[in-house]
Design a protein. Sequence first.
Length: 178
Amino acid sequence: MKKIKNFIANIYISIVKFIYKILHKEFTADDRHVWLQFLGFAIIGCSNFIVQYIVFTGCYYLIDFNEQISNICGFFISVFNAFFWNNKLVFKGKKTFKELVFSLLKTYVSYGVTGLILTAALLFVEVQIIHIPAFIAPFINLAITTPINFFLNKLWAFNDKSGMKDMFDEDENNSSTE
């Protein structure tokens, strides 16, 4: 598993470095850390999207809820999933129970901005005005909301402005070295 993780990280960082080179920007260790955190966040986001999509489509097609109610149901379940895995793997900080609860609340707020408000507006435009099928619209929304969610979670919900370890660090199980 470690070899696969390193392989993915190396390809991804090579692509990012290439883009930096095209833009004539220096690629620093801090840049590497943030981009690897974004990669971890995006990977977790994919699993989170699957959870949200299953709940959304189940509510919409099986229970016959409208797209907005289906979206809210998917939101509450998927945000907890995202918080759990981002806290465990991406934004690895040592937190007290109180800090974890506060981070969870901030995660719900940050995802609320993008996962409910922005997505609700996008769903309305996509499904009701443009007539994009409801089973396709969430894929479009994912490309818009993921970068926004990353920075809201990194800088606010998890308050990660420093060099915390990311899920691609070599010695991920040794939390004593930071």
